[in-house]
Design a protein around this ligand. Structure first.
Ligand code: BGC
Length: 395
């Protein structure tokens, strides 16, 4: 995962069931899921009916982290993090195997969040999250990654799923098309995203396409091209009706409604109206609409409690001093924002700080990045403890 130096690019450019039988009132089933098929109504907010599920994998990571804490009050606070709903990242073909076990304890009141994240040539503008599939391996992406996930989701019609589709991919095509790696990945990203949303368009699934964040597609010069890029993928995927809008701030650090925004005194601030995520969601929505795409949003608040930590808006790797943010909720105070959710599992690294590693990205060595940090996706106990200590609200 990474976020780009969009400011620079912006300069360059100017000078990125409901109607189902399953509601919160229904009794929890002994087995997983509901007693009948779930039908999510894409015209209403699924998070009003379903709670984001605290999945077993994050719960296990947190439980292991708690066991390492000798301070009993910190341990008690840490234990509460296990109950927070968060998304489970299916970041490799092998990790598709996590879906079945994650389904074992999902009550009918909950929705299981999954991140679809395995495009060929992944993370084209950075190195930290380069994936297993190489540019050109689009048929493997379809047949070995998306198809088996579709089969699994179809096999569990009584469970509700929320999907975040391919973080960073389309935003990178908007702002980083000058990079050879992104140029090479572009065709596979567009084809792959369209294929994913077309085939994952199931009644028990609601989808959100990743749209970066306010400091990325929120630049004046990026809003329209961003909306068009996303809408193009939506249409190429057959305008799937279960796609409800966008996911923003995935693994990001932006505050929801801090005003004035964190970077509003920066010299380039005049080129970006979207100085917080709320403004971004509200400003991008009409652009999406006119480009022909649904425009509701979910916003990652997993690690955005503290601001003033990043030297530059585009700094994305293991930001030092960060804290857990608002817990998942559908009370956002904004009609367009379906929910605050935890997409990035707080405690999992954004990228290694080992400069000799193949996937070392210089952003993970910056002064504002926490060190040492392990490979992307792996647990960083010290970072988890920092997030906990800096949490707002506290645990
Ligand atoms: C990593 C993935 C990981 C995800 C969630 C990404 O940056 O590349 O491997 O699953 O973060 O931690």
């Amino acid at each position: 995962m990474k976020f780009t130096q969009s400011a620079v690019l912006a300069f360059a450019a100017t000078a990125v069931a409901a109607p189902s039988a399953t509601t919160k009132d229904e009794p929890r089933q002994a087995a997983s899921g509901c007693s009948s098929a779930v039908t999510l109504d894409p015209s209403s907010n699924p998070f009003k009916k379903y709670t984001l599920h605290p999945n077993k994998f994050y719960r296990d990571e947190v439980t292991a982290a708690v066991a390492q804490l000798s301070d009993s009050s910190l341990a008690a606070a840490a234990a509460k993090v296990a109950d927070v709903g968060s998304f489970l990242w299916i970041d490799t073909i092998a990790n598709i195997a996590k879906i079945e076990p994650a389904l074992a304890d999902v009550p009918c009141t909950n929705i299981l969040g999954l991140v679809i994240y395995d495009l060929p040539g992944r993370d084209c503008a950075a190195k930290a999250s380069n994936g297993e599939l190489k540019v050109g391996e689009i048929s493997r992406y379809k047949s070995e990654y998306i198809d088996p996930i579709v089969t699994l989701l179809k096999a569990h019609p009584n469970t509700a799923f929320a999907l975040v589709i391919e973080p960073d991919s389309l935003p990178n095509l908007v702002t980083n098309s000058d990079k050879d790696t992104c140029k090479n990945s572009a065709a596979g990203y567009r084809d792959g995203v369209a294929y994913a949303i077309k085939n994952l368009n199931l009644p028990n699934v609601i989808m959100y396409l990743d749209a970066g964040h306010g400091g990325w597609l929120g630049w004046d010069a990026n809003l329209k091209p961003g909306a068009q890029e996303l809408a193009k993928a939506f249409k190429a995927g057959g305008s799937p009706k279960q796609l409800r809008g966008i996911a923003t701030n995935t693994a990001g650090w932006n505050a929801w409604d801090l005003s004035p925004g964190e970077f509003s005194t920066a010299s380039d601030a005049k080129y970006n109206k979207c100085q917080n995520e709320k403004i971004y969601v509200d400003t991008f929505a009409p652009e999406l609409k006119s480009a022909g795409m649904p425009n509701h949003a979910i916003v990652d608040t997993g690690r955005n409690a503290k601001t003033g930590l990043r030297a530059e808006w585009g700094d994305w790797c293991n930001v030092n001093g960060a804290g857990f943010g608002v817990r998942p909720t559908s009370s956002t105070g904004d009609e367009l924002a379906d929910a605050f959710v935890w997409i990035k599992p707080g405690g999992e690294s954004d990228g290694t700080s080992d400069s000799s590693a193949t996937r070392y990205d210089s952003f993970c060595g910056k002064d504002d990045a926490f060190k040492p940090a392990p490979e992307a996706g792996t647990w960083n106990q010290a970072y988890f403890e920092m997030l906990l200590q800096n949490a707002v609200p506290s645990f």
